[in-house]
Design a protein around this ligand. Structure first.
Ligand code: PSU
Ligand code: MN
Length: 311
C-alpha cells in the first residue's frame, strides 16, 4: 500500500518553545480563539502580547497556538500573531475542524478544545484561557454544549480559567464536568468563579492553596487517568464586573443572539461582542484582566510542575 501523504498534522514548535520543552523548562499554552473571536480588533493585538508577558512573569515560556496555512503552530512569531489578530475571516477551529484545516491548508484560531489537544501533543502540561465553553442556557432545546468539555475529559493537562463563561448555564456545565470526570479545583476558593464576576453562585468540593498544590494534583491525575485538571481562578471582588451591570447586559446579549438567530459556533463570539459594546468596554477590560491573571498563575503552576519532575 502506498504511504499516506505526509500531512503536517503534528504541531510545529517555535525554536524557543522547542528548546524549553527539550530542557524540561516550564511552558504554558495559550489559545488563539479568544484573541481572534473573543476580543475586538485592535485591542486583541495588545492583549496577545500582554498575555504572553504574564506567562513569562509567572516563570514560563508562552506558546500561543493557531493553525496557519494548514500547519498547527505551537509558539507564534510577532507576524503570525498579527495574522491571527487582524484577519476578520479567520476560522474558529475546534478539535473536529483541525483535520479539515490541515488537509486543505486552511488557517484558523484554536479553541480550548483544539488548543488543549495540540498542546498535549507537543508535550505541554499547562494551558491558560479566559473561561471554558460549556452548556448553553436553553441547551435542552438547542443541544448547544461546547466541545471543550469532552476534549478536557480525554486530554491530560492543567487548564487555568476563571470558570466558564457566565453567558452559559453554569450549574449544568459543572454537572457535565462531573459526568466527564474532569477534575475541578478552585484556586484559594470553594466558590466556582463566574468569569466576569468572582462567584458564580455554584460551590466546588475542592480548592488548592497555591501553585505547588495545583501542580501536585495534576501530577497525581496524570498517573491515575487521562483527562484535565481545571484550576478555577476567580477575579478578586474589587476587580470584577459590577454584578448588577453583569446581569443586565447578559440578559440583553442573550436576547439579541436569539433575535438574530445566531447558531452554533457563532453564538459565543456574538454574545461576547454584544457585551463589550453594551457595557461600553467594561466587559472587555474585565475579560482581558482575568486572562492575564490566569496566564500568570499558569506560568507559576508550570514552573512548579517542572520542579516536581526534576526531583
Ligand atoms: N475565553 C475567553 N474568550 C473566548 C474563549 C475563552 O475569555 O472567546 C473561547 C475559547 O476558545 C472557548 C470558546 O473554547 O470561547 C468556546 O466556544 P464555544 O462556546 O463555541 O464552544
Ligand atoms: Mn456551541
Amino acid at each position: 500500500m502506498p504511504a499516506a501523504p505526509d500531512l503536517p498534522a503534528r504541531p510545529v514548535l517555535s525554536p524557543e518553545v522547542a528548546e524549553a520543552l527539550a530542557g524540561g523548562r516550564p511552558v504554558v499554552a495559550l489559545e488563539s480563539t479568544l484573541l481572534a473571536h473573543g476580543l475586538p480588533r485592535p485591542e486583541n493585538r495588545r492583549a496577545a502580547d500582554d498575555v504572553e508577558a504574564a506567562v513569562r512573569a509567572g516563570g514560563a515560556v508562552p506558546a500561543t497556538i493557531a493553525v496557519l496555512d494548514g500547519v498547527p503552530h505551537v509558539g507564534l512569531t510577532a507576524d503570525e500573531v498579527d495574522r491571527v489578530c487582524a484577519d476578520p475571516e479567520l476560522a474558529k477551529l475546534g478539535v473536529r475542524d483541525l483535520p479539515v484545516a490541515v488537509a486543505l491548508g486552511r488557517s484558523g484560531a484554536t479553541t480550548v478544545s483544539s488548543t488543549a489537544l495540540l498542546a498535549a501533543a507537543a508535550g505541554i502540561d499547562v494551558f491558560a484561557t479566559g473561561g471554558l465553553g460549556g452548556v448553553h442556557r436553553e441547551s435542552v432545546d438547542t443541544f448547544d454544549e461546547s466541545a471543550d468539555l469532552t476534549a478536557l475529559s480525554r486530554t491530560s493537562l492543567v487548564v487555568v480559567c476563571a470558570g466558564v463563561k457566565s453567558i452559559l448555564d453554569v450549574p449544568a456545565t459543572l454537572e457535565r464536568l462531573e459526568s466527564l470526570s474532569v477534575t475541578v479545583v478552585g484556586y484559594r476558593t470553594t466558590s466556582f468563579p463566574g468569569f466576569y464576576v468572582a462567584d458564580s453562585g455554584s460551590a466546588l468540593d475542592w480548592s488548592v492553596a497555591d501553585a505547588a498544590e495545583a501542580a501536585r494534583v495534576f501530577a497525581a491525575r496524570r498517573e491515575l487517568a487521562p483527562g484535565a485538571v481545571v484550576v478555577a481562578n476567580p477575579l478578586p471582588p474589587d476587580q470584577q464586573l459590577d454584578p448588577g451591570l453583569h446581569d443586565r447586559v447578559i440578559a440583553g446579549a442573550l436576547a439579541a443572539a436569539g433575535e438574530a438567530g445566531v447558531r452554533g459556533k457563532d453564538v459565543t463570539p456574538f454574545v461576547l461582542d454584544h457585551l463589550h459594546r453594551a457595557s461600553e468596554g467594561a466587559t472587555l477590560a474585565v475579560n482581558v484582566r482575568l486572562v492575564l491573571r490566569n496566564a500568570e498563575l499558569a506560568g507559576q503552576i508550570a514552573a512548579e510542575l517542572a520542579g516536581l519532575s526534576h526531583r
